[in-house]
Ligand binder design. Sequence first.
Ligand SMILES: Nc1ncnc2c1ncn2[C@@H]1O[C@H](COP(=O)(O)OP(=O)(O)OP(=O)(O)O)[C@@H](O)[C@H]1O
Length: 337
Amino acid sequence: MSDEDLEDELGIKPGAPIDSSKAVYIIDHMLGEGGFGAVFLVHDEKNKDVQFALKVEKKLDTRRHSKLKMEIAILKAVKEFKGKSGKDNDRFMRHFTDIVDRGKKEKYFFLVMQLVGKSLADLKAARTDKIFSIGTGLGVAHQCLEAVEGLHGAGYIHRDLKPANYAIGPQKLTHTVYILDFGIARMFKKVNENGELELKTPRQVVGFKGTVRFASLACHRNLEMGPKDDCESWFYLLLDLVVLNGLPWRKESDKKVVAKLKEDSRHKKEVLYNKLKCADELAATIKYLDGLLYADTVDYEFLYNQLKEAAKKSGVDMDAQYDWEEGDKKSTMKSAM
Ligand SMILES: Nc1ncnc2c1ncn2[C@@H]1O[C@H](COP(=O)(O)OP(=O)(O)OP(=O)(O)O)[C@@H](O)[C@H]1O
């Protein structure tokens, strides 16, 4: 939606109040725009230092499923899953934004959520050579995978994993990565009569979903996607973060051409990993993922372990400060002198 549409049709503009039964939110400015609405920085009317992100979706008679409803259902499911499953779940759930409030107006639905900072795509674009250092890339990919594991645990697949759909936290949370945008996510498990989650039967043919650059081969082949397909997209995301000159198909938009380049890349290590010291560990990762089927449970531990081995081979510490935190380190050191 354009700024004018939002302003003229929905009355959403800087300074405008949006009220719910809980609070009144004042619009500051737009943070980002999607196909069906936009995200705004807002503050609590009672305290301008209390800021949130407010996502708006225009009501449409033609839309069968509200994207925002889906997002809310997913964020709730992951938090409930956290409650139910106990053990060490904060490791996964810290990657999901909290729902602060939600509501509907005559012309739109809205969701108020915890504010995040810059996306991985923005952070990467701000770097001189447009990639992260290998330590940051592997560390961030570890967190991205934890988010995916948490989402899968709650019974959903994302289907659009890419650097633009992950962001770091604001202020002091620059070492935490958040997963965003569940607009095209899908439940791959359903609750059976005994209240347990069971796998949904795959459909025979499925339309292409997501972003061409990061789509899995099964997605290109119009097959039902499962958890392993998110992991394949995660793998492309990892390469996109750390390989100099990026993915070999980055300049192509034709789906068929991209699919062919992805298939061929499996046999072209020198192109896909462009001299990375951890090429073998990465090649073993995609080999493992290529061997999985829709219904297979992903061995996340194997994937985390590959990242650890890749870090060892590269001689880096995945848990060290990230590239964008280094400025802070220097200024802290300076002020400590
Ligand atoms: N919690 C948040 N805090 C700060 N910014 C956010 C937050 N959520 C989303 N954004 C910003 O708004 C942009 C659009 O968000 P998002 O991708 O979730 O919206 P969308 O309308 O579903 O988009 P799309 O049509 O691409 O699926 C993001 O790129 C991000 O920059």
